[in-house]
Design a protein around this ligand. Sequence first.
Ligand SMILES: Nc1nc2c(ncn2[C@@H]2O[C@H](COP(=O)(O)OP(=O)(O)O)[C@@H](O)[C@H]2O)c(=O)[nH]1
Ligand SMILES: [Mg+2]
Length: 393
Amino acid sequence: MARSTSQAGESSRSRKDDDSHRQKILVLGWRKAGKTSCIKTVFQGIPAKEVPYFGVTQKIEKINYDSIVPIQIWDTPSNFELDQLEVPVNTFSAVVYVLDMQQDDSYHESILKFVHLMIRIHLINPNIKFHMFIHKSEVLSEDYRGENYAEIQRTTSEEIEDFPYKSLPSQQYSNWDLEDQQTISLIINNLISDIRYSMTSVHDVTLKDAWSRVLQGGMEMLPAVESLLLDFTSHSSADNTFLFDINSGVILATDNRHRTDDLSEQVTEYLSSFLAFRDLYKHVKRLKSPSNGEAETVTKEETNVDGNEGEDEDDEDDNDEPRGWWDDEDPDEQWMTQSTRLMPNTTLALWQFTPYLALVVLLRTETWQARRGTIEYNLTFLRQGVREILSVV
Ligand SMILES: Nc1nc2c(ncn2[C@@H]2O[C@H](COP(=O)(O)OP(=O)(O)O)[C@@H](O)[C@H]2O)c(=O)[nH]1
Ligand SMILES: [Mg+2]
């Protein structure tokens, strides 16, 4: 269910061919590190087993994806250098560096390259966020994997500390006093603490979790959405609430309550396996006009719904605001929902929240049985809240 590059659009047509509203993410790394695989398996729905057949990326490829924040991911070819960018590096909000963790003989060199790129980019714009995907982790044994992961982080920090800042051309970075030791210490500290490391593999959910950190890093509205989710969780006596991007299976926000990486991975896994079956029971309804450039269909399920989602009284059609996904929503239409009893005491419930967002709630089975009505009632407020946040973005 990939959203196609060419169709990718937004609610307003005028924005359709214009990239300027998209957050740009630059993906860099050694040849064959797995850059294209990291992007295409998550954002174009290409199965991991097809990864060995990807051709070598010959030139920069831009992949548009519409989520809570519309993004554009730049996949780069091997031997790519920053000066080959056709736009200023300032245009990017994040850089993802992919490093093949099984290449222990060459990764030192790759780390050096990353550090050099990162310092140049940081000095141009300190707001750009850096992520390192330490990739192909499934190949190594657990012990060896942990050791490599720690060593890569340690080496990266050391290289940032040892970098000859004073040798940088000062006219190019005139905002910085690179002769000043304090300035340099500040740069070093910022860089070391800013990098987000993730161990990833196309064969498990770690890659989606890593992308989740990248996307969350670019969501200005994240704290607002998180607090709505937290409110919902506590009013519904649930344990945890997750907001997912349906097509990529990436978590966009959680209530952050007692959350652990293990839990996120389990829920991500659940969502992926559930969505693998969605074709079996959905009926597909064609929208009159697609609101977010994605496939022109919305999955809705006929059973198991209370149908109390129709809170669309405030009619947005009578003003000139750009159209949002909710304008194409039929208030009487029921949204896909599903619940699974994982263990006797734990239930996971899922609702399709917007054409491209799903909400997953983890709660005690007895709470689900006793309070489902209240929970779905609370859900209408949560939806409205999220909708308000999205409509001002
Ligand atoms: N074992 C393993 N191999 C991977 C993984 N991701 C990519 N690869 C392999 O790495 C090779 C290079 O991948 P590609 O995405 O083309 O790398 P790029 O040159 O950085 O774009 C391919 O042969 C893939 O099969 C992974 O998570 N695990
Ligand atoms: Mg490639």
